[in-house]
Design a protein around this ligand. Sequence first.
Ligand SMILES: NC(=O)c1ccc[n+]([C@@H]2O[C@H](COP(=O)([O-])OP(=O)(O)OC[C@H]3O[C@@H](n4cnc5c(N)ncnc54)[C@H](O)[C@@H]3O)[C@@H](O)[C@H]2O)c1
Length: 495
Amino acid sequence: MADWWDANGRRHRKQFATSAAAREHEHRETALAHAERASREMKLAARTSSAKRAPKTESATIEPAKGKLGVMIPGMGAVATTFVAGVEAIRKGLAKPIGSLTQMGTIRLGKRTDGRSPKVKEFVPLAGLDDLVFTGWDIFEDNMYEAATNAGVLDYRLLEQLKPFMSSIKPRAAVFDHNYVKKIDGPNVKKGKTKMDLAEQLRDDMRDFKKTSGASRLVTMWCGSTESYIEPTAAHQSVKSFEKALRENDEMIAPSMIYAYASLMEGVPFANGAPNLTVDLPVMLELSRKNEAPICGKDFKTGQTLMKTVLAPAFKARLLGLSGWYSTNILGNRDGEVLDDPGSFKTKEESKLGVLEHILQPGLYPELYGNMYHKVRINYYPPRGDNKEGWDNIDIFGWLGYPMQIKVDFLCRDSILAAPIVLDLVLFLDLAKRTSELCGLGIQEWLSFYFKSPMTVPGLYPEHDLFIQLMKLKNTLRHLKGEELITHLGLEYYD
Ligand SMILES: NC(=O)c1ccc[n+]([C@@H]2O[C@H](COP(=O)([O-])OP(=O)(O)OC[C@H]3O[C@@H](n4cnc5c(N)ncnc54)[C@H](O)[C@@H]3O)[C@@H](O)[C@H]2O)c1
């Protein structure tokens, strides 16, 4: 006979052969009771939050994707042209949208035994690829066919088949400041007395594009070069101070911020694919919420950081320590050349470095991650073009502190990895704009999945773990459609 206590502290008496068996029984009962309670709480939370926030009917909260969607891209370089050419190639049946969650991904609904896993694009109303129309800005005068040829990412045999379409997309004159991107300069640049004049010209471009393309909705996607590192100042704190600074040509206003301001003033969603501050500023959050123009950023999560946000959560899950992580890259595209400038590199470095701290939480696990050394290097090496090589040397330690090493050598293609991210962001941002529950939120944290340095409201640390990010994204879609959230608890299968 032995006593055991349940999770509510109640004492029970039962016959057990040994006291170890009694303890085991107690543990099992306690774990089950905790899991059941957690399940009840999660169900209750999902119910209360759906009562408060979920749509009663789909059509009441998500506007249909009717008409054309205009995609406006500041920076018509390697990423932008690989994305646009890819969409056209897929439309023509020449290629498949590999890497795109909106096009190839599925979403499980209900229980694992229900067998309901529609495609994402069939579950939520997204714009179809045939409805996408494009424009862009660049400091160079090359049309998209010429820019894609220069970028050298895509095979010329594919590009030739897309030539008439790609040649028809010509860059509008850019808002540019050489002080922010020191390694390049070009002739196709707007002139204006003040930065406010330049913003007005961009707004005119946007209205013109909407009219001439017949688009019913627009989205802006920053694919321009990485700008020099700056920190927010008083000018960025409110719409009022920002507009005053625009009129006074404040040097702390970077070109990308002028595009973002113009876009948000037009009520157009904005995504930031580079590590620049751009929309990561109080003024932009204010504008985004006020004009119901969703924002997200920053810095597409493509090669090395993608791997980091897969491996680091595995180390933490298994409580393996990390003493150092050395990451280096060689790349030879224009992005690599721009990042050769210390100012632009610092912006990228900040974006890449934050990842490990947030995933590994050294404050919570000082013995495992308190002394980790993290270094990131990017080397401009022209022969490689867009085909980057990212090396990682990872020094970990296990049981009793014994050291081990992992080497990752990722021979990747930068723009091939980035293009499907651009496509998904375009379609999801447009969805957010049409969804009453999302359009006034400002930052779309559910899109963290796509970024190296995900934006969050002030005071909230970002989620970097790729699998948490994916769960957050899919649960947001389930929530919007009034479907049960998936918690992976799964006890109900054993009832
Ligand atoms: N490819 C990737 O894997 C990846 C990943 C994360 C972030 N990014 C970022 O995406 C951006 C684009 O990368 P890319 O490889 O296409 O670079 P790219 O150099 O090929 O293209 C950038 C283009 O932006 C133009 N540009 C610069 N400033 C501009 C301005 N103010 N207005 C309009 N155009 C401007 C340049 O002339 C250039 O054509 C870069 O900031 C890069 O750091 C790329």
